[in-house]
Design a protein around this ligand. Structure first.
Ligand SMILES: [Zn+2]
Length: 415
């Protein structure tokens, strides 16, 4: 169970290169989907291919032939699919619902050879040769080159280029791994692993779209209300079978998509503001894998909203110097978040109400969840710092921002 941390950096991509990147992404996704087709077996997980070299031997020549991608990009696309199939096989073995991985969202994985860092810019392979893009950074921050390439503490691994359609902007999500004196990997990714951190936990749900560990609620009512309105209007229009009704239906679809995005953007901005106001360094979410199993009442439009929300916060938080992390859920909604308790039982929760059967602690269930997300990050970090040979201290300096104070490993402090 690894805490994943992202360090997204905004890129300044000159207009004439946009097309090259869009085509590169199309072809990258094509390769990943072809590899997923090859690796996945619908009948038995034992027949799925989870060996990267086997998949590469079978697919590499054909995919090079079919695309204009460089060798490294084709290999990363295959690797990405094998990795996703491997995770799918794990879920399948554990009896969880699973399907062939499909790659639809805009992203390209770059390794050390297909992305080259310079002090203030980066050179990226595309279907049309190399392009150079500047980093867009606050004036006083170190460049990724200084932070990750020159550093002895970090090793650049692979990174993902992503595109935000709403703002027409490109972000390079840099993945590094921290290494010890011998150059061995330390089990936490990201920057600033020994510095003090203050954490904002976010719980995602149906009653409240999001709740922060500081006790701010983003209600799901307005979102649900408008989704319902759009559905009603769609149903009316579908009764009429004229061309103009058909056109109106298409326009309604566009309006709905625009509205949804705008709504989630607003919530994402407010979450980032909440973190900035409380001087948090990290916003922590749960992993969204299996979210449908954990939230049986969630519709597809809720799941859509959760994914977009995470994505938008990942884009926006770095502008304020805030990182985004995800943790394994681990009974977030059934565990007591009261200091020193942690009692976990399904009956602790009854709908929106949480009452600990052991210590009697009563609290809104979603707020309890948000605190637990942040506490989980704190525990995980204490554990990995303790087991890290480069960290001499057993006390990991992490605070969790909660309503009216902070929590750390030793308990509650009012502010
Ligand atoms: Zn308790």
């Amino acid at each position: 169970m690894e805490v994943r941390r992202t360090a997204p950096v905004k890129l300044v991509v000159p207009d004439e290169y946009h097309d090259d990147l869009h085509k590169t992404a199309d072809q990258f996704l094509h390769c990943a989907n072809e590899a997923s087709d090859y690796c996945w077996d619908n009948i038995s997980h034992e027949d799925c291919v989870i060996s990267n070299s086997k998949a590469r031997n079978a697919l590499y020549d054909r995919l090079r032939e079919e695309t204009d991608l460089t060798a490294n990009l084709v290999q990363e696309a295959i690797r990405r699919a094998v990795h996703a199939v491997d995770s799918g096989v794990d879920r399948w073995k554990n009896g969880k619902r699973t399907n062939k991985p499909e790659f639809t969202s805009w992203s390209i994985v770059y390794d050390k050879r297909s992305a080259t860092f310079y002090r203030n810019n980066i050179s990226l392979s595309t279907v049309n040769g190399r392009i150079e893009c500047d980093f867009e950074l606050p004036a006083d921050s170190p460049t990724p080159y200084e932070q990750y390439v020159l550093s002895d503490d970090y090793e650049f691994r692979t990174s993902t280029l992503q595109y935000d359609q709403a703002s027409d902007e490109f972000y390079f999500h840099i993945t590094t791994r921290k290494i010890d004196d011998e150059g061995e990997a330390v089990d936490v990714a990201g920057s600033d692993d020994t510095g003090h951190q203050t954490v904002l936990g976010i719980d995602l749900g149906v009653n409240s779209l999001a709740v922060s560990s500081t006790g701010t609620f983003w209600s799901g009512d307005e979102y649900d209300h408008w989704i319902q309105e759009f559905e009603n209007r769609r149903a009316e229009m579908q009764q009429r079978r004229t061309q103009s009704a058909h056109n109106a239906l298409l326009r309604l679809g566009n309006r709905e998509r625009a509205w949804r995005k705008q709504y989630i953007h607003t919530v994402a901005n407010e979450i980032v503001d909440e973190a900035a106001t409380h001087e948090c360094d990290v916003i922590v979410f749960e992993e969204l894998t299996d979210i449908r199993d954990r939230l049986p009442h969630a519709d597809w439009h809720h799941v859509w909203a959760f994914r977009r929300l995470l994505e938008y916060v990942e884009y926006k938080a770095p502008e304020q110097g805030i990182a985004v992390a995800q943790v394994d859920p681990d009974h977030t909604s059934h565990r007591c978040s009261h200091t020193d308790c942690g009692f976990t039982h399904e009956d602790n929760r009854d709908g929106e109400q949480f009452m600990c059967l052991k210590c009697g602690y009563e609290i809104n269930a979603d707020y309890n969840g948000a605190k637990n997300v942040a506490l989980r990050y704190l525990r995980k970090r204490q554990h990995s710092l303790r087991s890290s040979p480069t960290s001499g201290s057993a006390d990991a300096p992490v605070d969790v921002r909660i309503n009216g104070g902070t929590l750390n490993g030793d308990g509650y402090q009012a502010v």
